[in-house]
Design a protein around this ligand. Structure first.
Ligand SMILES: [Zn+2]
Length: 444
């Protein structure tokens, strides 16, 4: 392929300027079905591309592949009015004459590899998807909503937003709590400052590697106490990075695992149970139920469900125990007396057994978690559990990068604490409502 297909005569200067993507040149075109035909600016320049395999500059164009992309053009400075345009990009593929090994596409900056959207369109879609459904956002811009593209679109924008965040101010007290989202466990890293719970991040999985990668970004000298969920991999990661800190398992964690077990039993044995909001009413302290009709309906419902009744009674015993100044001995007795047919509680018994040392450590801690700790953790877990289904990156993006972080200034530098739990919960619920009620994305 010797002679070039296009010459400088083919360039449309006015349209190139109008498009405003610095690396692209718009060609005059006779076809009106393709939108703008574009080539890379270096097509008309002498710049030689280096072979990615051998770094030689003896490369030449071997073929041109046409890529169709959607692009977005803002028509005003406030980014309120826009136009969607189609681009037909004639992308060159280069062959290396030095090593003869490689054929590679010319690199581009305006769009990610394989993505059908330019970056500026992708970013606009991602910005909307932080708070609304991807489908509604795509409808707003009038582009096809392919679910294959949402991960790519979000990851790019998350990277950008993450780069804007100030560094984390390492808390003296850290908590690592597994949140459940569509059957998968994701550790949320929380920090505690002055009696408030802040969310620092949500991690992709509970592996030692993933958890360690986050923990090593913190200042180990600042960490005094860690509340960790009773999971081996999390415990090992924490132990590796903060060997000097007190690593404990809290009463909140025990109650949360017991509550989750109780919810499993309610869902299997409590079908058509004659109480509304049974998930909540059957997992709180019986003596705190103030509605008399609910109390009698619980009694009624339990009559025909003996296994549920035994599980309920045993769960109540744990809740009552936790109200008192309990000891490890009390917990072990509770675990030993788990009714034989209520297997769901055995996992809680195992935790008491395996993490006894960390539970004892909790009992002897000088400083207890703040009063609203249990409320905050449960609120975060419940809010995330209730989010409509999406992939992890989107879930994390919505929780961590669409909500303002709390910051503080020290010696002229900005640091962040994370997102205050009350605001996090409120905002997540707002985003879930946007999506669930299919609210339109756009400007009011
Ligand atoms: Zn080469």
């Amino acid at each position: 392929m010797g002679k070039k297909l296009y010459t400088k005569e083919n360039i449309s200067k006015a349209e190139t300027e109008w498009l405003g993507i610095p690396e692209l040149v718009v060609l005059k075109t006779n076809r009106d079905d393709v939108g703008l035909e574009v080539v890379h600016r270096r097509y008309f320049e002498d710049e030689k591309l280096l072979c990615p395999a051998c770094r030689s500059s003896r490369t030449r164009c071997s073929k041109i592949v046409d890529r169709k992309l959607k692009d977005l053009l803002w028509l005003d400075e406030d980014h309120k009015t826009f136009q969607i345009i189609s681009l037909l990009f004639h992308q060159r593929y280069m062959r290396c004459d030095n090593c003869g090994q490689s054929v590679f596409p010319e690199p581009t900056e305006f769009g990610e590899k394989g993505c059908k959207f330019t970056n500026r369109l992708s970013d606009a879609l991602a910005d909307g998807t932080f708070q609304f459904s991807y489908k509604k956002v795509c409808q707003h811009y009038g582009v096809p909503a392919s679910t294959a593209s949402v991960g790519e679109v979000m990851r790019r924008r998350i990277q950008y937003r993450e780069s804007l965040l100030p560094p984390v101010r390492t808390p003296h007290i850290i908590s690592i709590v597994e949140v459940v989202f569509f059957g998968e466990f994701y550790p949320a890293v929380l920090g505690i400052w002055d009696g408030e719970v802040y969310c620092l991040d949500i991690l992709r999985d509970s592996s030692e590697e993933t958890c360690g990668a986050f923990l090593k970004t913190l200042d180990a000298n600042q960490v005094e106490t860690i509340y960790v969920d009773p999971v081996d991999s999390l415990f090992n990661a924490v132990n590796q990075y903060f060997p000097m800190a007190s690593i404990v398992v809290t009463d909140e964690a025990i109650q949360r695992y017991a509550r989750n077990a109780m919810l499993d039993i309610i869902h299997s044995d409590g079908k058509r149970f004659p109480v509304v909001h049974k998930d909540r009413r059957l997992t709180v302290l019986h003596k705190d139920l103030d509605d008399r009709t609910v109390v009698s309906r619980i009694k009624e419902g339990m009559k025909s469900r003996p296994r549920l009744q035994r599980a309920y009674n045993h769960h109540q015993r744990l809740l009552e125990l936790m109200e008192t100044k309990w000891s490890m001995e009390d917990l072990r007795t509770w675990a030993d007396q788990i009714p034989a047919e209520v297997d769901e509680f055995l996992a809680v018994g195992d935790i008491i057994d395996i993490f006894g040392e960390q539970l004892s450590g909790f009992l002897t801690l000088g400083e207890k978690p703040p009063n609203n700790y249990q409320f905050a953790v449960q609120g975060i877990c419940d809010a995330i559990k209730d989010m409509p289904h999406c992939i992890f990156d989107v879930m994390r993006g919505r929780c961590i990068f669409s909500i303002t972080h709390d910051t503080m200034e020290e010696n002229g530098e900005l640091w962040r604490y994370g997102i205050k739990s009350s605001r996090l919960i409120e905002k997540i619920n707002e985003i879930s409502a946007n999506i669930r009620e299919e609210r339109d994305y756009g400007y009011q």
